[in-house]
Design a protein around this ligand. Structure first.
Ligand code: PLP
Length: 375
């Protein structure tokens, strides 16, 4: 009897066996074709990495235990003690903590580039500057980075460009095609898509960088477990369908919020008023994704009243699941920033972030209407 499953089974094993010494030698002579130890490689993590590599048009990818370990891996591919990195000011709070609080202790220094200077990096570049880290769509203000333009500026200044493509996903934008050197994702978000996985990925334009990322993943022990890899690969199968629905629902909800008297501002690249609306349309292949932020009165009590009145939309500080949730940047993802940094970015008391799911949009609007009526 031969068994040939349609779906890759879960190889829930930490180690693989060898017949004899000859088999061991074959493992070393044919890299990538056999498995020895799950921290070095496993069929499930390999499958997830290959699928994402294809979507991002890379020359190699490695999956990691979280988005954070993917960012760590990406920085370590290019930077060592004594080096300097640039980072966009509007960046996920965990990324700035990693750079400012941890990598700085290992001798890698960081300078944050204000949004206004994103495409004129000359005055920030030092002799030892190795890379620039930026997000395709920023969190939580939904600013869209012109990746082709940024890639040209990086090239001119001898910098590698590392792009966090988590908010966009490859269903909207493929940064390697626009000139980036490495792409990272929190696979926890759209790539897995069901709020049940914590994972990351690094995808490289050059095979040598992918190999270096794999070496770092193995040696630092940043590997992803077989089961999480399997769940990630399963979620990925519906990425394009999900992003189409997320984008459609988010557009309708952004338009609803924009005309609501209790909403002061809406930040969504799909709205014509958004400062990078045209760029978002071209770079996002006509879609703008499922993330948006909006501002109600800058009053914590009003935010509480809104949250408490919602029946179906939970306050859950993550994003990109199939069901809608709200988050609160000031109290969660951007809590660690100084008051001045928060104000500069527009993260005020009344700013609410909405991760729009793929439910029936009328149900979502009815719930939001209920929340806003309670303020
Ligand atoms: C844009 C972005 N990058 C990276 C991360 C870190 O990912 P993880 O939580 O999977 O470590 C997050 C988490 O929220 C994120 O929003």
């Amino acid at each position: 009897m031969s068994i040939s499953p349609k779906v890759t089974p879960i190889y829930q094993t930490s180690v693989f066996t060898f017949e004899d010494l000859n088999a061991l030698e074959t493992y070393f002579q044919e890299p990538g074709k056999h498995y020895m130890y799950t921290r070095y490689g496993n069929p499930n993590s390999e499958e997830l990495a290959q699928e994402i590599n294809q979507l991002e048009h890379g020359q190699g990818a490695v999956v990691t235990s979280s988005g954070m370990s993917a960012i760590l891996t990406a920085v370590l591919v290019y930077a060592k003690a004594g080096d300097h990195v640039l980072c966009a000011e509007e960046i996920y709070g965990g990324s700035s903590s990693l750079l400012s609080n941890e990598l700085s202790r290992l001798g890698i220094s960081v300078t944050y580039v204000p949004t206004a200077d994103s495409y004129s990096l000359e005055s920030y570049v030092q002799e030892n500057t190795k890379l620039m880290l930026a997000e395709t769509i920023s969190n939580p203000m939904m600013m869209v980075m012109d990746l082709s333009r940024l890639a040209q500026v990086c090239l001119k200044n001898g910098l590698k460009l590392v792009v966090d493509n988590t908010f966009a996903s490859p269903a909207l934008t493929q940064p390697l095609q626009l000139g980036a050197d490495l792409v990272i994702h929190s696979v926890t978000k759209y790539l897995s898509g069901h709020s049940d996985v914590t994972a990351g990925v690094v995808i490289a334009k050059a095979e040598a960088d992918a190999n270096r990322a794999a070496q770092i993943m193995r040696t630092w022990g940043l590997n992803l477990s077989p089961f999480e890899s399997w769940l990630g690969a399963r979620g990925l199968k519906t990425l394009k369908l999900r992003i189409r629905e997320h984008s459609r629902n988010a557009q309708t909800i952004a338009e609803f919020l924009q005309q609501h008297p209790k909403v002061q501002a809406v930040f969504y690249p799909g709205l014509p008023e958004h400062p990078q609306h045209a760029l978002a349309q071209t770079q996002g292949n006509g879609k703008c994704g499922g993330m948006l932020s909006f501002r109600i009165a800058d009053d914590a009590e009003a935010v509480n009243q809104f949250m408490q009145a919602l029946s179906h939309i939970p306050f859950a500080p993550s994003l990109a699941g199939v069901t809608t949730s709200i988050s609160y940047p000031l109290g969660t993802s951007h809590r660690g920033l100084t008051k001045e940094q928060q104000e500069n970015m527009g993260i005020t008391v009344g700013l609410i972030r909405l991760s729009v799911g793929i439910e029936e949009v009328e149900e979502l609007i009815a719930d939001l209407e209920k929340g806003l009526a309670a303020i």
